[in-house]
Design a protein around this ligand. Structure first.
Ligand code: DOR
Ligand code: ZN
Length: 448
């Protein structure tokens, strides 16, 4: 079946132009530099006048909670949410129940996703103090990378044994994605707050960023970067959240030249400590959202090159699990439906051009993980595409979001940009408020 997406503003590989894309089955078979006047040879014509056509977003950091935590979210519900947000591929984190720390558990996730995932999928392998010996056996065409928690977070997967840490860096055949927050500093900060609050078991949520402090982030990120330099390992520092950490990363724009790369996530780009007053624990996450100055520095680093990838850290919890303060409330928030439109708003505010949004969310994840034929609008690539409307002016309201956990910190926010349609492997997976039933994604493949 031949589909024509006609008269779209195509944003791809550093440029934009009004043109057309031809899809045959799963693949893009042509990219036309101008719209087509004669469209009668096509089975299906999508008139994209006034809309932007981007490669589908590849989100390299999500938590979909299956298996084991499906009261919060699951692969079916969150992949639908992804489709509604223009995300056509995701890489999911191992802190499920049980955690994905053996090849069998990884295979089990693939079976679940093959059955249920509405968009393309892959899964990180989780590391522990004990499982470094398994790393050389990983199939590098199948596993995007390994995840290491160098700071504790949801799921108790902390790797705190320095020998194990070194062994992981020495033996990983794939990129290492590190969650960096120094646990010793965090525990010291908690002890200090306990003294100040006379033994209380919880503190106001606004202190979260002083417990999980900039110092905790910096120390741990610096340690990971030093280990990578020392061992030659490929390292991707997840969710960089403070201005200070940015000095650890080079501003080289070409990610294919970088051994050490960095990711920012939407929470740290869209929220700051000032938002605790009205959003409370909804925006509690690890690492914590930091000051408005940190947020500003991160936005600027997206343009400058110290940050290479923007992801969501989509981490649904039930609202009742978000009750409590800095210690008790669960950390994490759902975000995948609003990541692309959030970044396009920042582009409108002048932080970076739309072409850079596409680099950070589509091209760079594909390049960094060597994803097979995705992340670009190119002949012969899979037709993973998203049509966005730059003038929709809509408001996020209940009934307009899809995550199973049933809430979003973006509630009531207005966006100019809106995702109109998402194509996954050539098929429409989402269009104008409807997630199409019956669409299934494919496992991502990686060129070693
Ligand atoms: O805030 C967070 N939530 N940070 C993490 O590292 C994990 C995530 C989750 O899984 O809830
Ligand atoms: Zn995460």
């Amino acid at each position: 079946m031949l589909t024509l997406i006609n008269n779209a503003t195509i944003v791809n590989e550093g440029r934009q132009f009004v043109g057309a894309v031809v899809i045959d089955g799963e693949y893009i078979i042509d990219v036309l530099q101008q719209p087509l006047a004669d469209t009668e040879h096509f089975d299906n014509v999508v008139d994209a006048t006034g809309l932007y056509l981007l490669p589908g977003v590849i989100d390299d950091h999500v938590h979909f909670r299956e298996p084991g935590l499906t009261h919060k979210a699951d692969i079916a519900t969150e992949s639908r949410t992804a489709a509604a947000g223009g995300v056509t591929s995701y890489m999911e984190m191992p802190n499920t129940l049980p955690p994905t720390t053996t090849p069998d558990l990884l295979a089990e996730k693939h079976r679940l996703a093959e059955e249920k995932s509405r968009v393309n999928y892959s899964f990180f392998f989780g590391t522990t103090n004990e499982n470094a010996y398994l790393l050389p056996t990983l199939d590098v065409h199948h596993v995007p990378g390994i995840k290491i928690f160098m700071g504790s977070s949801t799921g108790n997967m902390l790797v705190d044994d320095d020998d194990a840490l070194r062994q992981i860096f020495l033996s990983s055949p794939v990129r290492i994605v590190a969650h960096c927050e120094d646990d010793r500093i965090i525990q010291q900060n908690i002890a200090e707050f306990r003294r100040k609050y006379k033994g209380q078991n919880d503190f106001p949520v606004r202190y979260h960023s002083r417990i999980r402090s900039i110092e905790a982030c910096y120390e741990s990120s610096a340690k990971a970067v030093a280990l990578a330099r020392d061992t030659g390992a490929r390292l991707h520092v997840a969710h960089v959240s403070s201005a200070r950490e940015l000095e650890l990363f080079s501003d080289e724009l070409d990610v294919t030249q970088k051994q050490i790369t960095a990711e920012a996530v939407i929470a740290h780009l869209m929220f700051s400590t000032e938002d605790y007053d009205h959003l409370g624990a909804k925006i509690k996450c690890n690492p914590a959202v930091k000051t408005p100055e940190d947020r500003e520095a991160l936005r600027e680093a997206l343009a400058m090159g110290q940050i290479d990838v923007v992801a969501t850290d989509h981490a649904p919890h039930l609202l009742r699990e978000k009750e409590g303060g800095a210690l008790k409330a669960a950390s994490g928030m759902p975000m995948i439906q609003f990541s692309l439109v959030s970044m396009l708003e920042l582009s409108d505010q002048g932080y970076f051009p739309v072409e850079r949004v596409v680099q950070l969310m589509c091209h760079n994840p594909a390049l960094l993980y060597h994803i097979d034929r995705r992340g670009f609008i190119r002949k012969g690539y899979y037709a993973d595409l998203v049509l966005v409307d730059p003038t929709a002016n809509w408001q996020v309201l209940s009934g307009r979001y899809y995550t199973k956990c049933g809430w979003t910190p973006m509630d009531e926010r207005t966006f100019k940009w809106r995702v109109r349609r998402t194509f996954v492997n050539g098929k429409t997976a989402y269009a104008d408020g409807i997630v199409v039933d019956g669409i299934r994604g494919m496992a991502l493949k990686f060129d070693a």
